[in-house]
Design a protein around this ligand. Structure first.
Ligand code: C2O
Ligand code: CU
Ligand code: CU
Length: 561
């Protein structure tokens, strides 16, 4: 493995500013490519409409949008609209697969308030790999409440998208896709750019922070020690800007901040990660091994980013623009938080390590929710449409977990028994649950979308934890209707692939499944009920080419040689 040395190398690469796409129809193509992160070296990557990351998708509230997601990978994937309030069938969770060489076209009405959201793959056991390779994009939701405010909003000028990520690199400067090496995320990238700088105007600039890392939290601040203003959290604007000096942002969280560069024309200031001030138990803190009876974690302790203060982006300040915004507004929007007096149901979720309190190291799971590892076939919670619910999350592990729920935005009621700090008092879809008996209470309403079959997910957004089972799923049902307790998605594997004469289909969950082999034009070439876990199918008569094998809702590509 390659050790990236944290150094004071001057920022030398212009920050990648993704192109924007506006609606009502958006075309996204996921494909492999390569990027030059290190001079003269190509790193194999995957991206959306480009070699790495993706365009920024701009959605106006009230518009009906259609997004065509064309999967050109050799792998099945999914595309999840993180934070977006939409029907579960459009949500792009693990059940809504996009087989290779196919296009998935979800459509929905934009209901979200002005906010910064994002999209990323969510196929169980492939999420880590696909995000590591670079498949991540930002969504900017717009509405008229936001546009009525005096805020910076000239994209790429005073309104800057900023995806914060770390990557694990192997000895050949390639993304290391092996999840076992995940604690060696030694390379920091801002919008997929190493040592990035941005030429900013001398005025108030808005930075849309997205922590798109697989594991790491960041503690954002400025190298000159100046304060900045947090104006928005995951689901939209706060009621008023919150003046802060350092801001912890865990995986999948978004915050929009205003940074005042008015007095800095001709100089530069760095957006820093103040890792030395990251609290204990949060991935990115100096050392886990000093806590309690936990043993040293070699990879973690050797990772130079842990506990380090380093530059994430250098802002080189030039002349202001005309009509520059020079101050933060005093108020923003009304946040109509849900009222605990109206709660219908309360639920509790406990995070614990597999095999007792503590575990051999504080970092490694697997971690489970309510003692159950994730099971694609089990619906963990069934929720009545329009329920107002309070969820209490309790963390019995040594590491803080960024908990995320699909479908809705919530209001945090308590963190460790106390009211949340002002910057976390707005709309959220991720909350970091503190380590070692830390707890969080939030309130939300499950409105608008019911579907008794297709679930939404809740999970830890440390992707290694999610992949190892720290995830659950819920359906929202119309009052009185019966929910499906298990879902019919079948997971299976086929081998060999490509094949010439026979393929073997192995069912992972249950037998008596109908299998269909379909050609590229949709013709069914073969159909049979599989009554055994392993079945061999004669494919020798099929002509050479690409076929799709479907079992229930799951489809995979098969190549006949
Ligand atoms: Cu960012 Cu379940 O997702
Ligand atoms: Cu999500
Ligand atoms: Cu976790």
């Amino acid at each position: 493995m390659l050790l990236f040395v944290v150094s004071s190398i001057k920022a030398q690469n212009p920050l990648l500013i993704p192109v924007t796409l506006t609606g009502p129809t958006y075309n996204l193509t996921i494909d492999y490519d390569s990027v030059m992160i290190f001079p003269g070296i190509y790193t194999q990557s995957a991206g959306i409409n480009g070699p790495i990351l993706g365009p920024v998708v701009i959605i106006d509230k009230g518009d009906v949008v259609t997004i065509n997601v064309d999967n050109q990978l050799m792998d099945t994937t999914t595309m999840h609209w993180h934070g977006v309030h939409l029907p579960s069938v459009m949500d792009g969770g693990p059940h809504t697969v996009i087989p290779p060489s196919t296009t998935w076209s979800p459509t929905w009405t934009g209901m979200d308030n002005a906010s910064t959201m994002w999209f990323h793959p969510h196929l169980h056991h492939k999420t880590y790999k696909h995000i590591m390779m670079g498949i991540t994009g930002m969504i900017i939701n717009k509405d008229t409440d936001e546009s009525a405010l005096a805020l910076p909003r000239t994209y790429g000028v005073d309104d800057i998208p900023l995806v914060l990520q770390t990557k694990v690199m192997d000895a050949n400067y390639q993304f290391d896709l092996d999840m076992d090496n995940r604690n060696m995320d030694t390379l920091f990238l801002a919008n997929a750019t190493r040592n990035a700088y941005f030429d900013a105007p001398a005025q108030m600039v808005r930075i849309r922070l997205l922590n798109g890392s697989l594991m790491r939290s960041f503690n954002v601040g400025l190298s000159n020690g100046a304060d900045f203003w947090v104006i928005a959290s995951d689901g939209g604007l706060l009621s008023a800007p919150v003046q802060m000096n350092q801001l912890l942002i865990s995986n999948a969280e978004r915050y929009e901040i205003l940074v005042d560069l008015s007095a800095l024309q001709g100089s530069s200031v760095d957006l820093m990660n103040f890792g030395s001030s990251i609290p204990g138990g949060v991935y990115g803190t100096a050392q886990f091994s000093t806590m309690g009876q936990v043993q040293p974690i070699q990879d973690y302790d050797n990772n130079p980013l842990n506990g380090a203060d380093f530059t994430m982006l250098t802002l080189n300040v030039g002349a202001p623009t005309t009509n520059a915004i020079t101050s933060a507004p005093t108020t923003l929007v009304t946040v109509n938080a849900w009222n605990p007096a109206n709660v219908d149901v309360s639920r509790s979720f406990t995070f614990s390590p597999d095999g007792g309190m503590g575990g051999p190291t504080g970092l490694s799971g697997p971690f489970f929710i309510n003692n159950n590892p994730f099971d694609m076939g089990v619906i963990n919670e069934v929720i009545d449409l329009d329920n107002i619910e309070i969820w209490t999350l309790t963390n019995q592990t040594m590491i803080a977990h960024p908990f995320h729920i699909h479908d809705i935005q919530f209001n945090i009621l308590e963190i460790d028994g106390a009211a949340p700090p002002a910057h976390q008092a707005g709309w959220k879809d991720v909350v970091l649950v503190p380590a070692q008996m830390g707890s969080v209470k939030f309130i939300t309403k499950f409105e608008d979308f019911a579907d008794p079959v297709i679930p939404f997910m809740y999970h830890c957004h440390i992707i290694g934890h999610e992949e190892e089972g720290m995830m659950g799923q819920f359906t929202v049902v119309e009052n009185g209707s019966t929910a499906v307790e298990t879902i019919e998605t079948e997971t299976f594997s086929i081998y060999p692939n490509p094949a010439t004469d026979n393929i073997t289909i192995q069912l992972i969950k249950s037998v008596n499944q109908d299998v269909a082999i379909v050609d590229m034009s949709g013709r069914i070439m073969f159909k049979e009920n599989l009554s055994q876990k392993n079945s061999t199918i004669d494919v020798s008569k099929l002509s050479k080419g690409i076929y799709f094998i479907s079992i229930n809702n799951t489809t995979t590509k098969f190549i006949k040689q």
